[in-house]
Design a binder for this molecule. Sequence first.
Ligand SMILES: *Cc1c(COP(=O)(O)O)cnc(C)c1O
Length: 399
Amino acid sequence: MNQSPPSGPTIPLYNPQISGNEWKYVKECLDTAWVSSVGSFVTRFEQMMAHRADTEFAVATVNGTSALHVAMLAAGIQPEDEVLVSSLTFIASANAIRYANAWPVFVDAEPRHWQMDVELVEDFLANHCEQRSGELRNRRTGRRVSAIMPVHVLGHPVDMDPLLELAQRYGLTVVEDAAEGLGVTYKGRPAGSMSHVGCVSFNGNKLITTGAGGVVLTNDRELAARARHLTTQAKCDPNEYVHDEVGYNFRMCNVLAAIGCAQLEQLDDFIARKREQARQYAEQLSGIDGIAVFEVSPHAYCTHWLNTIRVSASHCGMTARELGRSLQSCGIQNRPLWQPMHRSPAHRQCEAVLSGVADQLYDECLSLPSSVGLTSEEVTLVCRTIRHFLTERRGRRAA
Ligand SMILES: *Cc1c(COP(=O)(O)O)cnc(C)c1O
């Protein structure tokens, strides 16, 4: 029996959801000509973000990458320092470390929730580093190890308590990449607020968007002031053009902050919809042999930023990428996870602490349509289509 796959209009991987006061607030900017990097929406957005993330300070930036870049500098990461960072992440995390002229040391993922493996961090610090005149040094490279950048990937937190304990024991700064972690909590604490400094992204494919944007979050007054200074060209006088170092033009503009305010107002609604969507995916996919859905830690409040499944090629008779191409042919957009940073040609000279998990996830994972506005009918169509292709393949193998 040869059935054709279920079909419908294209289902995107991730579309922004513009359904609140975005127009109204942007119109206010245009009507008053307050469009640039000074304006009431920037201040309002920063206050709303700080409140939401439960930090004292928030500094809005042009994007998440620049927020990470500035966070590295403001946190005092020095050139030639080493920073432990998740290998399974979007490349911006590693790039931000290089922009500060420091070196990433890539840490593999743990197999259950796919986040930075804290046991590998501990092993590296205990067995590959040594204290030398009050500083932690990587024995092999001789460089100072000064920070850890845990990345909360896919809307789920890293296991932060043991990580923070290690950071304290070894005197390391922690910079959270919470670009994908807005609304996520770990034991009730918001992602981006648990360490010295955290960063969130408001890119178009993130949970809320400003088109492009980011924020630096911290409870450290000096760090916040330094981040603000660096993002405004290190200008030290409100009137005169006097700059005390080489800064950056990284401030978010008022128009985008206006969109951000409107988006933040809807965040709880967005998260509720995302969690319901993940529940539906799990319910409809969990019975399929060879497909594993994402497992949430009991410590986590997960936003399921991208609903990502793991495809066992031996059980399914097809790889994740083959399944991905089949879904794509029916208009269902999907993506593999990021090439792990220890494989990236952009960072090929860097050290890595590996267990093989990130490589496996890169081979086997597939992110499915996850827009806030995705309907339950669309979730059902995606799941039926996956089932269709796997059944068809199994039929062909049996024949
Ligand atoms: C999106 C993202 C960033 C970068 O944010 P941009 O706003 O796109 O610059 C950094 N880290 C991670 C993990 C991301 O997913």
